[in-house]
Design a protein around this ligand. Structure first.
Ligand code: CP
Length: 324
């Protein structure tokens, strides 16, 4: 367990206009619309032969990943490169974290390079906020335990708007292991901000109350415009805890099969997918699936987030970390 307490001498007051992206709870609708509009303009730049923009030349973006990642780490690295920033990715595994270096000392060590942005993923809730108070860099939360994954929510909104033409009034059924999911927590807040509705669907042991309306009937996904499928987060389940009788039974009751997807419904998944568990391969590979669109959106939305943090208006953020 990492010690995330910030004590007096550690604490730096936020510099004037210093902004972070720690939680969707810190964003306004106009923040979301600004980032999505910027992402759309970057999408056009990515259709050109020369995809590189000079916008962040001379800036340094550090990616620090204490948990596995394919999509988030690769897209942040590419996003920084496409904006001409210098970039460096540190995976905890293989670094001095293996020798017992604390998060605080790792953050202070990397801060010596004077990064403009630190993107961090960590298994502990509050880790990104902790780092934001130790360094002068802007900090982006790339996932802290089961708390938040704000850039995932932003790229999901972009994907939904591109595929369905609107966000306002959309019905989104989020199906599966909501309990351990930072993606679900961020997405529920983001959908609410833009006037869309979330319904949380799954077995009682995996769907907490108090985040959004809940259903324990898989048939309730019928009315949704989007079926958003979550992975079973086995790495966050306490050892020995049985949230479902078996994966086979989970798949039978809650797995998204072609029979459960209606005409016109679109299916999303943040990845990585466990084909044959929460999502049938025939759905994952079908025209209804937006999974590859989500990955593409990840690049331009993360370009927009880096651009926004380093160039746009004042949203000083000091979030309160609470997880339902
Ligand atoms: N959706 C997501 O965060 O994927 P990665 O774990 O591969 O980054």
């Amino acid at each position: 367990m990492t010690d995330l307490r910030v004590v007096g001498s550690d604490l730096r007051p936020p510099a004037d206009g210093k902004r972070h992206l720690l939680s969707v709870a810190d964003l306004t609708r106009s923040d979301v619309e600004r980032v999505l509009a910027t992402a759309r303009s970057f999408a056009r730049s990515q259709e050109r032969d020369n995809k590189k923009l000079p916008t962040l030349r001379g800036r340094l973006v550090l990616n620090v990943f204490y948990e596995s990642s394919t999509r988030t780490s690769s897209s942040f690295e590419l996003a920084a490169k496409r904006l001409s920033a210098d970039t460096m990715t540190l995976k905890a595994s293989g670094s001095s974290v293996d020798k017992g270096e604390s998060l605080k000392d790792t953050a202070l060590t990397l801060a010596a390079y004077e990064p403009d942005v630190i993107v961090i993923r960590h298994p502990e809730v509050g880790a990104a906020q902790f780092v934001s108070r130790l360094t002068e860099a802007r900090v982006v939360n790339a996932g802290d335990g089961k708390h938040q994954h704000p850039t995932q929510a932003l790229l999901d909104l972009h994907t939904m708007r591109e595929a369905l033409g609107r966000l306002e009034g959309l019905q989104v059924a989020i199906v599966g292991d909501v309990l351990h999911s930072r993606v679900a927590r961020s997405l529920v807040q983001a959908l609410r901000l833009v006037g869309a509705d979330a319904l949380l669907v799954g077995p009682p042991a995996l769907v907490p109350s108090g985040l959004a309306p809940v259903s324990h009937d898989i048939g309730s996904i019928t009315d949704a415009d989007v079926v958003y499928v979550l992975r079973m987060q086995r790495e966050r389940m306490l050892e020995g805890a049985n949230f479902v009788p078996s994966l086979r039974e989970y798949t039978a009751r809650w797995g998204i099969t072609p029979e459960r997807v209606g005409d016109g419904q679109r299916v999303m998944h943040p990845g990585p997918m466990n084909r044959g568990v929460e999502i049938d391969a025939r759905v994952a590979d079908s025209p209804a699936a937006l999974v590859v669109d989500q990955v593409r959106a990840g690049l331009i939305v993360r370009m927009a987030v880096l651009y926004d943090l380093l160039t746009t208006g004042p949203v000083a953020v000091e979030t309160t970390v609470e997880v339902a």
